[in-house]
Design a protein around this ligand. Structure first.
Ligand code: IMP
Length: 425
């Protein structure tokens, strides 16, 4: 049962795109299972940089068929734009990219509602969303009045879209916002539907046929465990299940078919948007990590908050995802640090927590308990094998493995495709 799930084990931006790109070479299918164009997966090939938001990173390899699963929310305009941009750069899309007929759709009113909700929360209460309409689209899905990709194939789709825009306009007006032009959006919806039609199909049957034929499938998560709607730092989370369970509900592949889960962790921690972040560094070390690691959101360009590696977070992610191996990314960013810290527990509310507290109030006041390790203070970016890493860098990764109970399977030491290597996978 050659199905691999790849999940982010922190707050997103762990470098999943790069690891997916690496693993895609040995996959027949690469499937996105949740999120939408809030994600930004960056892949560097040769001198070229690609940032993918909706299209699975597997598209950059010749072989795999790429699938956008039923758990994803698809903004058709953003999707088609991304496809055109890839085609312009010579990436072959034809017949290699499919969208589930059960995937829910995002339209401009979802983005307008996302904006309006953020503004209504005010500067103290805002979540710092990407404003791509993700929350409102998943809300429509849960409230059972969303539109799905398969609906685009029905002749009455423009009328249904028009009705949805009119409903959304009532909400927008109640929030003090201008309504959108329902007639225009319905017309645009007709054009989008015609262009989307060749991509839309029953991806569930397709994937089951693939499994029956022994094909290798890689299920790619977006965001990360701490942004998961159930397991993350609620309410500072995204609106879907970024964790391994979401790979089943977001693709139709059953749990028993999954044979390994790879967790991607940065060698330190970052977070973009609002919400608690116990190991955050607001000092020169934090700034150095941000600059050296080029920590700017791939979707919004916002600077990412940076901090030390948090073993409480990683242990929790290992537990809820059933992670078999770590892929540790951006190790090279720590090359110049004299003493590196790892959080092993938090002190908050007069107690020591080794498990991840549910309460964001507790997390906001949590004081990390750190252990320190000597830095290796030499470049790692040329390493291509485990043995090439300085002894202290190996000791650092080994300590992360000990603290989390998960072995390392891959390490990445730079942005280029060739700067990732397997250790024991
Ligand atoms: P939303 O997903 O746009 O609703 O945003 C909710 C939270 O998730 C915000 O804090 C975003 O910054 C964060 N978020 C969403 N997508 C990503 C991502 O791909 N990487 C990192 N953070 C993300």
């Amino acid at each position: 049962m050659p199905v691999t799930v790849l999940v982010g084990a922190q707050w997103g931006d762990e470098g999943k795109g790069k690891i997916i790109d690496f693993l895609a070479e040995e996959s027949d299918f690469v499937v996105r299972y949740q999120g939408g164009n809030n994600a930004g997966h960056t892949v560097k090939i040769g001198g070229e940089k690609y940032v993918l938001h909706l299209v699975p990173s597997g598209i950059l390899h010749e072989r795999p068929v790429c699938v956008i699963g039923n758990g994803v929310v698809v903004d058709p305009a953003a999707f088609l734009e991304e496809v055109s941009a890839l085609e312009l750069r010579g990436v072959r899309i034809d017949g290699r990219l499919l969208v589930s007929d059960r995937a829910h759709l995002i339209f401009p009113y979802h983005r307008a509602l996302d904006e309006a909700a953020e503004a209504a929360r005010g500067s103290d209460g805002k979540l710092g969303t990407t404003r791509r309409g993700i929350g409102p689209a998943y809300s429509d899905k849960a409230a059972r009045h969303g539109l799905r990709a398969g609906d685009m194939l029905d002749p009455d789709f423009p009328q249904r879209l028009r009705q949805k825009v009119e409903e959304a306009n009532r909400l927008l007006k109640a929030l003090g916002r201008d309504g959108l032009d329902a007639g225009l959006l319905a017309e645009q919806g007709r054009e989008l539907a015609a262009r989307m039609a060749p991509f839309i199909t029953d991806t569930i049957s397709l994937l089951h046929e693939a499994l029956a034929g022994g094909r290798r499938v890689l299920l790619e998560g977006a965001q990360g465990t701490l942004l998961d709607i159930d397991f993350g730092t609620y309410p500072y989370v995204t609106s879907s299940n970024a964790t391994a369970g979401g790979a089943c509900t977001g693709t139709g592949i059953p749990p028993a078919s999954i044979d390994r889960v790879i967790g991607v962790v940065k060698a330190y921690t970052t977070r973009v948007g609002e919400g608690p972040f116990p190991t955050e560094l607001k000092d020169s070390t934090g700034r150095m990590l941000g600059e050296t690691g080029q920590e700017f959101g791939a979707t919004t360009g916002r600077p990412r908050r940076c901090g030390w590696f948090d073993a409480v977070v990683a242990r929790y992610a290992a537990m809820v995802n059933g992670i078999d191996r770590w892929a540790v990314t951006k190790l090279d960013v720590l090359d110049s640090i004299e003493t590196i810290r790892i959080a092993t527990a938090y002190r908050c509310g007069g107690r020591t927590h080794t498990a991840m507290p549910a309460s964001v109030r507790l997390l906001e006041i949590a004081e990390p308990i750190y252990e320190e390790m000597p830095g290796w203070r030499q470049p790692t970016s040329g390493a291509r094998r485990w043995q090439d890493l300085p002894q202290r860098a190996r000791a650092y990764i080994s300590r992360i493995c000990e603290l989390t109970g998960v072995k390392v399977g891959m390490v990445s030491v730079g942005p280029a495709r060739e700067a990732s290597f397997k250790t024991d996978m």
